[in-house]
Design a protein around this ligand. Sequence first.
Ligand SMILES: Nc1ncnc2c1ncn2[C@@H]1O[C@H](COP(=O)(O)OP(=O)(O)OP(=O)(O)O)[C@@H](O)[C@H]1O
Ligand SMILES: O=C(O)C1=C[C@@H](O)[C@@H](O)[C@H](O)C1
Ligand SMILES: [Mg+2]
Length: 182
Amino acid sequence: MRGVSLYLIGMMGAGKTTVGRLLAQQLGYGFVDTDDVIAQATGRAITQLFAEEGEAAFRQLESDVLAQVSAHINLTVATGGGIVLRRENWSYLRHGLIVWLDVPVELLYNRLAEDTTRPLLQDPDPRGKLRSLLEQRQPLYSQADLHIMVYEGETPEQIANRVMEAIPSVLKNPTSHQHKEN
Ligand SMILES: Nc1ncnc2c1ncn2[C@@H]1O[C@H](COP(=O)(O)OP(=O)(O)OP(=O)(O)O)[C@@H](O)[C@H]1O
Ligand SMILES: O=C(O)C1=C[C@@H](O)[C@@H](O)[C@H](O)C1
Ligand SMILES: [Mg+2]
């Protein structure tokens, strides 16, 4: 990887945080979760931030955190599910290799049905909400460098291994960013 950071994108519940930690271990990289950084920096849970400041304020904080994180190398970064929504965020994500964990809505729903920490899912029809969010975001997620389809029953370890195996096929040519030696 030569220090190139990894950015995990995908829907809430896709496993960005869970798989991201494993990938950081395997790569010997640091691990950053943008949601966690925001929660720590503000001293408030994401749900509380959404409730008290609104989604737009959260999105601004998210961009600010991503901008700072993208200045570093040797990181695996788990992002928030909505990081793809702002165009400016893509210029930061492109500092590294972008991996989309693509998980079917039914699986997402099963994972998050009991979870109250995703404010956008506090909806009378959470399954329908997941479906409409995915429909809206799919064209954005698909701009990732690497598209990893996740299947039912796969463990986080298996998914992390598949990401590791797929990385060489898309690793950006390291010399393209460097000055040629004379
Ligand atoms: N491969 C897997 N199999 C079963 N459960 C999983 C798997 N990966 C993650 N989970 C579980 O699904 C839930 C959501 O995972 P995680 O928090 O990693 O998702 P996320 O993509 O970071 O979501 P968010 O965008 O909301 O932060 C957690 O309870 C986690 O333990
Ligand atoms: O998909 C989303 O928009 C979100 C996903 C989470 O990671 C959090 O960033 C927050 O709950 C919003
Ligand atoms: Mg997460």
